[in-house]
Design a protein around this ligand. Structure first.
Ligand code: URA
Length: 197
C-alpha cells in the first residue's frame, strides 16, 4: 500500500500534488495541523531550500519560513543575491507542523517523503540546500551531525546537496554565523561552477 501511494504521488502534476498534500492523512500530524505547508517558489528554480517542518506561523499561513527563522533565511538568500520566489523554491521535510515544534518523527518524515521526491523531480534544481540536521539527515539518509556534513558536496537522487545550519539554530547560536556564511559562499561558488549564477 505504501509503495502504491508513493508510485501514485510520483506521477502527479503540481495541482494534483498540492491537493494531495492539502488532504493528506498519511500520518498523525494531520490531526493537529491548521494548514498544510507544501512549499513555495519558482517551480523551475535552480535552488531548492529544504527545512525541517512548519512552525506556528507557517501552520497559520500555509507558507514556509515566514516566522523569525524565515526572516533570517531571507537575509541568507539576499547575501548571495537570491530572493524568495525568483529562481528559488522553499519547502520542508514534513508539510505539516509537528506539535510544539518538536522534530518530525521518522514515520512522519517517511510518510511525507514522496511529496518532496515529486517536488524535486519536477523542479529538477541544480543544487539543494539542506537547512539543519533534520533536513540533512533525511535527504542524505545519515545520522551524521551538521558539523561533519557541512563544507563538502553530497548528493540526493543525483543532485548536489550542501548542508548548512538551520536559521532557527543560527538565531540561538551567534557563534555559528561565521560558518553559515562560509556555507553560503560555498553554495554560491558551487552554483557558479554548475552553470547559472
Ligand atoms: N522552520 C522550518 O524548518 N521550516 C519552516 O517552514 C519554518 C521554520
Amino acid at each position: 500500500a505504501a509503495e502504491d501511494r508513493r508510485f501514485k504521488i510520483l506521477r502527479m502534476g503540481w495541482d494534483e500534488l498540492e491537493a494531495s498534500i492539502a488532504g493528506c492523512i498519511a500520518c498523525p500530524l494531520c490531526q493537529s495541523r491548521t494548514r498544510t505547508v507544501p512549499g513555495v517558489g519558482d517551480r523551475n528554480a535552480d535552488w531548492l531550500y529544504v527545512g525541517e517542518g512548519p512552525g506556528a506561523q507557517e501552520d497559520a499561513t500555509g507558507e514556509p519560513f515566514v516566522g523569525q527563522a524565515g526572516k533570517l533565511l531571507d537575509n541568507m538568500l539576499a547575501a548571495i543575491d537570491l530572493k524568495r520566489g525568483r529562481n528559488v523554491f522553499i519547502t520542508n521535510i514534513v508539510k505539516c507542523r509537528p506539535p510544539g515544534n518538536r522534530e518530525p518523527a521518522p514515520y512522519e518524515a517517511q510518510q511525507c517523503e514522496p511529496y518532496l521526491a515529486r517536488q524535486i523531480a519536477m523542479i529538477t534544481p541544480k543544487l539543494i540546500i539542506a537547512l539543519g540536521k533534520v533536513a540533512a539527515q533525511n535527504l542524505l539518509g545519515t545520522d551524521a551531525s551538521i558539523g561533519s556534513l557541512r563544507g563538502r558536496l553530497h548528493q540526493h537522487s543525483g543532485i548536489p546537496v550542501i548542508v548548512t545550519y538551520h536559521p532557527a539554530y543560527l538565531l540561538r547560536t551567534l557563534t555559528a554565523k561565521a560558518k553559515a556564511w562560509e556555507d553560503l559562499c560555498f553554495a554560491r561558488s558551487t552554483m557558479q561552477r554548475l552553470g547559472t549564477a
